[in-house]
Ligand binder design. Sequence first.
Ligand SMILES: NC(=O)c1ccc[n+]([C@@H]2O[C@H](COP(=O)([O-])OP(=O)(O)OC[C@H]3O[C@@H](n4cnc5c(N)ncnc54)[C@H](O)[C@@H]3O)[C@@H](O)[C@H]2O)c1
Length: 330
Amino acid sequence: MDISAILHKLSPYLREEVYYIVDDALGIDLQPQFAIHATEENKSLQTVTRIWDWLFSLHATRCALIVCIGGGVVTDLGGFAASTYRRGVDYINVPTTLLSMVDAATGGKTGINYGGLKNAIGVIRQPLDTIILPDWLDTLPSEQLISGFGEVIKTALLDKDLWKQGLGIEEIGLRIEDVLAVKRRIVEQDPTEQDIRKALNLGHTVGHAVEGLSIHQTQTSPLQRGLGGVLHGYAVMYGLVAELYLSVVKLGLDREILRQVSHLMVTHFGRPNCGCSDYDELIALMQDDKKNEQVGQINFTLLKAVGEPVINCTATEAEIKEALDYLFTL
Ligand SMILES: NC(=O)c1ccc[n+]([C@@H]2O[C@H](COP(=O)([O-])OP(=O)(O)OC[C@H]3O[C@@H](n4cnc5c(N)ncnc54)[C@H](O)[C@@H]3O)[C@@H](O)[C@H]2O)c1
C-alpha cells in the first residue's frame, strides 16, 4: 500500500501531534510509530501498558491524534489505548482486513483479552473516522478474507436491500461501503448496545461458543493459554447457521434463507471441527456469554425475516441442541 494514499485520506485530520499504531506485518513506516505483531496473545494489558509508556515517553498531550492501521487486533488495542490515555485522546482507524473494514474498526468497541477471555476488558468510544482503502485486501490471505465474509453475510441478513443485491466474495472490495453503511446506521441509533445494536449479535451466541471451545481445545497447559483457534468470522458463520435454524423453528423464518446460508457455509467456510460430544461445553459457554442478561437464560438475536431481527430471544437446551444437530450434520 502506498503511504501517500493513507496520508491523503488522513489529511483533513492531521495535526501537530499524530502517533501511529501499526500492524508490523504491513511493512509501513510512518513516524512516530508503535509496531504490533497482531496476535490474540498480544491483544493484552501488557501491550496496552507498552503503548501508554511509549506515548508518555514522547510527551503526547491530550490533543494528540492516534491512527491505528491494521486488522481488528490493532484497532481494538489501539482504540483502547487511545480511549484510556490521559482519559482519552482522538483516534482514527485505518482497517486493513475485510473483517476490520466491515466490522471491528467501526462502532467504537475497543478492548483487550484478559485472563484467557476474549475482549473481557474494554470501552465503547467512537473513532473520529474509519478510513476504508480496499486495496489492502490485495495482500490479505484467503482465509482472512473468508473470515471477513462471515460478518458481511451477517450484516446483509439485517438489511433487505443488501441481501437482495447478492454478495459475491470475489467483488466484495466494491461493496464494503454498502455493508458498512448498514452497520453505521444501526450503531448510530444505539451506540452503547442497549437495544437495536444487539441485532449485530446475530450468529454470535453460538459463534462465540464455537470460538471459545476452539480456544480451550488449543490450550496446552494453564500457563500456555493460547487464544488462537477458529477465526472469528468462521465461528460467526457457524453461529449464523445454528441461529437461523432457531429462527425457522421459533419465529417462522423462511426455510429458504436457512438453506442459502447453509450453502454459503459449506461452499466457503467448510464445516466446524466440533460435534455432538461438545454440546455440554458449548451450552456451558453460551450460559457464560457476556451478552446474557438473566442468570441461566441464554440470549440470542434471531431473525423473523431478512431485515427483521428480533433481539433478546431465548431458547431451551433442547432447542439449542436441535439447532446444533442441524449445523453438525450439514
Ligand atoms: N471491536 C469490534 O467490534 C470487533 C468486531 C469483530 C472482531 N473484533 C476483533 O478483531 C480481531 C480480529 O481481527 P481481524 O480478523 O481483522 O484479524 P487480525 O487483526 O488478527 O489480522 C489477521 C492477520 O492478518 C494480517 N494482516 C492484516 N492486514 C493485512 C493485509 N492487508 N495484508 C496481509 N496481512 C494482513 C495480520 O498481521 C494478522 O496476521 C479479534 O481480536 C476480534 O475480537 C472486534
